[in-house]
Design a protein around this ligand. Structure first.
Ligand SMILES: Cc1ncc(COP(=O)(O)O)c(C=O)c1O
Length: 395
């Protein structure tokens, strides 16, 4: 059942040749059911039980984070961050267009305007040198997205934010167990978010967390998560009944999901090191093809430690990308493209705006191809993926 050790995936040589290699396969580390049974036996399957606390503590200790709150998704955590930032109609929030819809929709739903800034050529993260020109008197926050678990240039972004009195909300949906200059992603801005969706490194099906790094937001974050009530203060004995005190919604996570997630968080190191090893293998096997300039491999700046969330190639054109994707799929290999830039989506065109030309965003999005990467991906499977890429290029 465990997906990490290559030994768990022994297949005959014959079946390996024709075996389908999926793009993703969520890891099961082994203690998930045991922990779910324990959650049930403890008699509390809603929220705020033993496993919620354990997950929050594990994440807070790992990142040295003031307060972590478990949420039903990364999207929910972004919505909480938007409420905490008090953004409203007409306010502007700077972010990349090369991201998942939730980065923008969490702010747009309150009437704020996502302002898209182009990304860096190397990491596809928000280009910190373009942010200042996009700041207006209406700007309230910057939302750096750590694409593929590689950190944005956070020193420059935080310095800019401080000078312009803006909040920094890190979208670290891909960023658990990755760091920038020795600091965990998600722990650097005023607020940060994680996702534990089944496509991420550490999963519970659907799940997320809000990282409150600036203590001023902690009490209100608890209230927003609990439908706008002071229930947490009641549970701590600070008030003798709880009532409706602010805006909020139902953003707590069920204990059963936290139990599943807790098993995974306890095994995070093993999950991450397997992914890092797969990325290293892809890099070294693909180096000869990269040397022919037919493909470009992803860059991880020396300031960052990646978590192996994703491995992607950039091809010379969209047509080559699509042809390689079709070739790999026809060989049973799950290769997929990624974000359709939000500034070109119907809703993005309606409620957001692009700051200047998003040249790198448009170019990269059309040429990017992600390769299979998940805990349990075997070295032999990586060899097969690379062989097929070589065969496609005749290298
Ligand atoms: C960059 C980014 N932000 C936010 C999210 C939303 O996370 P969730 O699916 O947990 O709501 C995702 C999900 O893929 C994402 O990729």
């Amino acid at each position: 059942m465990l997906a990490c050790s290559p030994d768990n995936y022994r297949l005959s040589q014959e079946s390996r040749v024709t075996e389908r290699i999926p793009f993703n396969k969520p890891a099961i580390v082994g203690r998930e059911l045991e922990y779910i049974e324990r959650a049930i036996s403890l008699g509390n399957i809603s929220s705020d039980g033993e496993f919620t606390r354990r997950c929050e503590t594990l994440l807070a200790e790992r990142g040295n984070i003031h307060r972590v709150l478990m949420t039903p998704s990364g999207t929910a955590a972004l919505e909480m961050a938007s409420m905490l930032a008090n953004v409203g109609p007409g306010d502007e929030v700077i972010m990349p267009s090369f991201t998942f819809v939730s980065t923008a929709s969490a702010f747009a739903r309150s009437g704020a305007v996502p302002v898209f800034v182009d990304v860096r050529e190397d990491t596809l993260n928000l280009d910190e040198t373009l942010i200042e020109a996009a700041i207006t008197p209406k700007t309230r926050a910057i939302v750096p997205v750590h694409y593929a678990g590689v950190g944005c240039e956070m020193d420059a972004i935080c310095e800019l934010a401080e000078r312009h009195r803006l909040l920094v909300i890190e979208d670290a949906a891909h960023g658990v167990d990755a760091s920038y200059r020795g600091r965990e992603l998600g722990s650097i801005g005023h607020l940060g978010i994680y996702s534990f969706h089944e496509t991420k490194n550490i999963v519970c099906g659907e799940g997320g967390a809000l990282c409150v790094n600036d203590a001023r937001f902690a009490e209100r974050a608890e209230i927003i998560r609990d439908k706008g009530t002071d229930r947490q203060q009641f549970l701590r004995g600070a008030v003798d009944k709880y009532t409706w005190v602010d805006h909020g919604s139902s953003y707590a996570t069920a204990e059963i999901l936290c139990a599943f997630l807790c098993a995974q968080l306890e095994d995070a190191e093993r999950l991450t090191s397997h992914r890092r090893a797969s990325v290293d293998q892809y890099r070294s096997l693909l180096a000869p093809i990269a040397a022919t300039q037919r493909i470009e491999l992803p860059t991880v700046p020396s300031s960052c430690r990646g978590n192996g969330h994703a491995f992607f190639l950039r091809l010379e054109s969209r047509a080559t990308r699509d042809a390689l994707m079709d070739h790999l799929r026809s060989e049973g290999i799950g290769a997929v493209f990624h974000y359709i830039p939000l500034h070109s989506s119907p809703m993005g065109r309606k409620v957001a705006r692009a700051h200047g030309e998003l040249r790198v965003t448009d170019s990269a999005a059309g040429r990017l191809l992600r390769l299979p990467l998940f805990p349990g991906l075997e070295p032999q499977q990586i060899v097969r993926v690379v062989d097929e890429i070589g065969r496609f290029f005749g290298v």
